[in-house]
Design a binder for this molecule. Structure first.
Ligand code: AMP
Ligand code: MG
Length: 350
């Protein structure tokens, strides 16, 4: 059953994955308005709910096993839907196991370190899911589109000269390889928004008073760099989609579809990791048996020694009864078939 689910998910997300080594040209290769023809918006809530349930189940096991961690990197143009995606996709997951870190313009302290430092400080621990709302990829996106930001990074001349982006791609790839080798899966999601949908979402922020706080005139001014960002994203996808940490390009013009895609990629990653609840050894089982006997001996007069066990047994009995009915039904059906045959044979005789 789980294998079937995993196979279906793998098939669904395959077209979103950037093949390692592929040269990407966003405008040509990925349509921000795409939705799968077999999915309808009216079913979106139910599908997302199913994804959320899978995430909750696997996150609990991930935490219990305490061996693997997951880092989710979310990148998008402004109004791409990062915040809403996190809110919806992670809605059913135990908040203790998930940390969200947002990255804004770096502080003076952050600029005083290497460019990966502030991201390394926020990595998830084993058993945790860490979400980067913007990530180390800003270092090859906004910093590339605005070269003055690179100047502010106080780099020695050789570290900001020619070939700086190629070098950063290599450094990022090996950092992610190192994390993967050490038990941390890196999942990279680019919410791919169209320029027209961004315009509409900005207007919504202007027109709706409860969204005014989210609007920034600077974000709207940044639209004049749209083509530079598209080029930077294309180059980033081309050079940093690796076997160990591939990029997924999520069509983001339809929020309902984007959320289903993100949920599918995350569920698939967790299933691939396949975390399990740790099994206890014989000594621990013996311990549990002794504790049980002690607790049962403490039952007050008239109380069941172990009310929970009684509950389990009732549940099991109900299930057993259900099975008997199924058996009985099969028997009935068999008898009906026999009777029909007999009736037919007698009809022929008559
Ligand atoms: P927001 O996510 O809308 O709150 O905006 C955060 C802002 O911080 C965006 O305009 C980003 O481009 C900017 N930002 C994030 N990381 C960096 C960075 N490494 N260098 C410069 N600006 C950044
Ligand atoms: Mg913003």
């Amino acid at each position: 059953m789980v294998d079937e689910r995993a196979k279906l998910l793998a098939k669904f997300i395959e077209p979103l994955r950037v093949g390692p080594g592929a040269t990407v040209k966003l405008a040509k290769d990925f349509d921000p308005g795409y939705t799968a023809s077999f999915l309808k918006k009216k079913d979106a809530a139910a599908i997302l709910q199913a994804g959320v349930a899978v995430m909750a189940e696997y996150q609990a096991r991930l935490a219990a096993q305490d061996t693997w961690g997951v880092l989710v990197c979310l990148q998008a143009m402004d109004a791409g839907g990062k915040d809403g995606t996190i809110r919806h996709v992670m809605s059913g997951v135990n908040p203790q196991g998930v940390h969200v870190s947002g990255f804004k313009v770096p502080s003076a302290e952050e600029l005083d370190h290497d460019y990966l430092w502030r991201y390394a400080c926020r990595l998830p621990g084993r058993g945790e899911i860490g979400i980067f709302n913007r990530s180390h990829y800003e270092e090859v996106l906004v910093v590339r589109v605005h070269p003055e930001l690179l100047d502010r990074q106080q780099l020695p001349p050789a570290a900001k000269g020619k070939g700086v982006w190629g070098r950063r791609y290599r450094e990022i790839n090996s950092w992610e390889h190192f994390l993967t080798d050490n038990g941390f899966r890196v999942v990279k999601l680019f919410l791919n928004l169209s320029k027209e949908e961004q315009r509409i979402r900005f207007l919504k922020r202007v027109d709706l008073p409860e969204k005014n706080w989210k609007f920034s005139a600077a974000d709207a001014r940044e639209r004049k760099y749209w083509d530079d960002y598209q080029a930077a994203f294309s180059d980033m996808l081309t050079h940093t989609s690796t076997e160990w940490a591939p990029w997924y390009v999520i069509p983001a013009d339809h929020k309902w579809f984007a959320r289903i895609c993100v949920s599918a990629v995350l569920a698939h990653t967790l299933m691939e990791i396949g975390p399990r609840y740790p099994e206890v050894d014989a000594a621990k089982r013996e311990d549990l048996g002794e504790t049980k006997a002690l607790l049962e001996a403490e039952a007050p007069k008239g109380a069941a020694p172990d009310p929970f066990q009684a509950e389990l047994e009732t549940e099991a009995a109900k299930e057993e009864a259900g099975r008997e009915t199924k058996q009985a039904r099969k028997q009935r059906e068999r008898m009906a078939r026999v009777r029909a045959k007999v009736a037919k044979a007698e009809g022929v005789k008559a």
